[in-house]
Ligand binder design. Structure first.
Ligand code: GDP
Length: 364
């Protein structure tokens, strides 16, 4: 159709051509949808610069069960190792409700104010079952999680306690290479996970509560023996006297234990995480311990022992993995299990048969 406005001599109102719809997806973003694949060297370079985004991605690789991720992760860890080891590693344990998250939040803020960089990791074997870790969850540490000098990571969730612990041990290396000089490894004070945490930290802090009536009975002797410091939380309001009483009971109980190899006498302190009372004294204690054990050589000796422990743990873990993922074993294991359940074969014979199957399969 002929429009008068299309005529060159037309002087009246003109209708401009409309604009075409803007695409919903910004075309410039297209190239960024796919996450960039970094080489291990690029990962390491960024980690050493303290790049938290890349650190998080590397941690995800360490946690991954995929073989190709593990290959990259192991190379990153190896390259980071020369830059690791400079932090003070602190294990924090306590039963649910003891106040771990409240305390870590205030401990962390105290350390950041002193100019430290803090990473909070967790070992929570129960997360395997619940498919989600509660420990180390950012939402539990409200203030700390907003700070740029704090890196908070929940527990790796895949695999056995040994597997989860090994991954945490590796994540420590990455965090240290990224410049975190203080590390918390949190765990729940029930079960085996404290032993795993104890085997990767320099100082083991046990959070206790007063006034529950089972101060000494409720905790396993083994955990108390591991503690370098016992701190009694919720020493506020009506609870102060009870907390002091519990502290003296713990001090008496500790006298019954043999002297620690470190030469350090575990300290018992009361505090309130919620009201931010007694926090400085706890960190003074950790510093005194660190200075003392560095002075008498125990600090380095313990780290050496831990390195040896983790070598054997890694061997055990790999052996177990290659056994259970061996195709011949996988195809016969269910039958062997059933035979044991039916009392047709003894456990030992069944185990020996499976080991033979595994070893024969390796030779092929
Ligand atoms: P977690 O399960 O060990 O991490 O314990 P939380 O930090 O979640 O604390 C459990 C409960 O105890 C929460 O309701 C806290 O508010 C409370 N709580 C923690 N620290 C203190 C404290 O120092 N004093 C008092 N009165 N309550 C506290």
């Amino acid at each position: 159709m002929q429009h008068p406005e299309n005529d060159e001599s037309y002087k009246g109102l003109k209708v401009n051509k409309g604009i075409t719809d803007v695409p919903i997806v910004n075309p410039y973003l297209k190239g960024r949808v796919q996450r960039k694949q970094y080489t291990p060297a690029e990962y390491v370079e960024a980690i050493l610069k303290g790049d938290i985004t890349i650190l998080s991605q590397a941690v995800t690789l360490v946690e991954s069960a995929l073989h190709e991720h593990q290959v990259v992760a192991q190379e990153i860890i190896e390259k980071c190792l020369p830059y690791a080891g400079q932090s003070v590693r602190i294990g924090i344990t306590g039963v649910p409700g003891a106040g771990k998250s409240t305390s870590i939040d205030v401990f962390g803020m105290h350390l950041l104010r002193q100019g430290h960089k803090l990473a909070v990791l967790a070992i929570d074997p129960s997360s395997e079952r619940t498919k989600g870790s509660i420990l180390g969850d950012k939402t539990r540490m409200e203030e700390l999680s907003r700070q740029k000098n704090a890196f908070i990571r929940p527990s790796p969730s895949a695999g056995s306690l040994g597997g989860v612990a090994r991954k945490t041990r590796e994540i420590i290396v990455l965090c240290e290479a990224a410049g975190f000089d203080t590390l918390f490894v949190e765990t729940v004070g029930v079960g085996q996970s404290e032993t795993a945490v104890h085997s990767m930290v320099d100082f083991f802090l046990l959070i206790q509560l007063a006034g529950t009536g089972d101060e000494l009975q409720g905790i396993k002797r083994g955990i108390m023996e591991m503690a370098d410091g016992i701190i009694i939380n919720k020493a506020d309001g009506d609870n102060i006297d009870k907390a002091k009483l519990a502290a003296s009971q713990f001090r008496n109980a500790l006298h019954l234990f043999p002297a620690a190899e470190s030469g350090w006498t575990p300290q018992v302190l009361t505090y309130s995480g919620y009201y931010n009372l007694g926090i400085k004294e706890i960190w003074d204690m950790v510093e005194i311990y660190t200075r003392y054990t560095k002075g008498n050589g125990f600090f380095a000796r313990k780290r050496n022992e831990q390195a040896k422990y983790w070598m054997y743990e890694s061997i055990n873990e790999s052996l177990r993995d290659s056994f259970y993922h061996n195709p011949a074993v996988e195809s016969l294991l269910a039958t062997a299990e059933q035979q044991v359940l039916n009392n047709e074969v003894s456990s030992f014979i069944a185990a020996k048969r499976m080991m033979d199957v595994f070893l024969d399969n390796l030779k092929e």
